[in-house]
Design a protein around this ligand. Structure first.
Ligand SMILES: [Fe+2]
Length: 309
């Protein structure tokens, strides 16, 4: 396989468009994000981690626009030259250097370096768990403070396309994403889905930053943010239910990726996910393949019939 143009370090954030930024901001607070910056026409939400933002919404008709990724300064120069464009100074909150691209389906792909970092936020922590033979909590009462989930970072997205080979090939060749798992109906030679992760060598990467699904249409499947832990995921359901947010699917544990998941609908009707305890892989783990009929979950409910995720 030819070397990719660059290897991105991580996926950074998804970019949406919504007519009502107030409604989106209120919802995202309940979902567990914190306002990082708000401009006249856009909303930048952060998590508890050091990334300046993990969710962006521009004012406009409801739409999903694309993604930001992080790469090194050197890779930005390489990418710009290879793609026939230039490295620009970002004019958005968080600043940094950026290369603007478009994927084969028309999503806006912005690759950033040197974006501002923010100080991590203090966490509502809880006492350690007494699990199995490991029972470290003695004379300490377990009290999980109520409140929205604590979103740490953006984790991954599932995107639907008309050509898995074209789209997955572009992310592999351009941004250096590598295959964690393929999914197929009949034969591993004809995959219909590909879980792709960042190649960060010996460092651990989330099992997938992107899941590319060939479904006959170009659209968003879902976006997913990592929360602090299992209690944080479960406790964060209460404010969402109380707000009238629409729950979609969960709680369960996926097979591919291994995460504990819980899916909701945002005010635009897009599917969004809280997850925790993802599988982490280094770059030398070989690609695997499995049948879609092997199932999606280790435990938890089946997906809704409309499969809108
Ligand atoms: Fe997911």
């Amino acid at each position: 396989m030819p070397s990719p143009i660059i290897k991105v370090r991580d996926i950074a954030f998804p970019r949406y468009q919504a007519p009502d930024l107030d409604e989106m901001e209120t919802f995202l607070h309940t979902f567990g994000m914190v306002t990082s910056e708000r401009t006249e026409d856009a909303l930048y939400m952060r998590g508890t981690g050091s990334n300046h933002h993990v969710h962006v919404t521009h004012r406009g008709p409801a739409a999903f626009l694309g993604f930001g990724f992080f790469a090194s300064s050197t890779d930005l120069e390489v990418l710009a030259q290879a793609m026939g464009t230039t490295v620009e100074k970002s004019t958005e909150p968080g600043g940094g250097d950026v290369v603007h691209l478009t994927d084969p389906d028309g999503r806006t792909i912005d690759v950033f370096a040197n974006m501002d970092q923010v100080a991590p936020l203090p966490l509502r922590a809880h006492a350690p768990l007494n699990v199995g033979a490991d029972r470290p909590r003695v004379d300490v009462l377990q009290r999980v403070a109520p409140g929205p989930s604590q979103v740490r970072r953006f984790g991954h997205s599932a995107i639907k396309t008309t050509s898995l080979a074209t789209l997955a090939g572009w992310y592999a060749n351009t941004l250096g994403l590598i295959t964690s798992d393929d999914m197929y109906f009949e034969s591993p030679e004809s995959p219909m889905g590909r879980f792709m992760r960042c190649d960060v060598g010996d460092s651990p990467a989330d099992h997938h930053s992107l899941l590319v699904l060939e479904t006959g249409e170009v659209r968003l499947g879902h976006c997913a943010w990592e929360v602090e832990d299992f209690d944080d995921l479960m406790g964060g359901r209460e404010p969402l239910f109380a707000s009238g947010a629409r729950h979609y699917w969960g709680v369960g544990r996926h097979i591919l990726g291994g995460q504990v998941f819980d899916y909701w609908k945002d005010p635009l009707g897009f599917t969004i996910e809280h997850f925790t305890d993802t599988d982490l892989l280094t770059a030398d783990v070989a690609p695997a393949a499995s049948s879609v009929f092997d199932g999606i979950n280790q435990w938890g409910p089946n997906p809704p019939d409309d499969l809108d995720f």
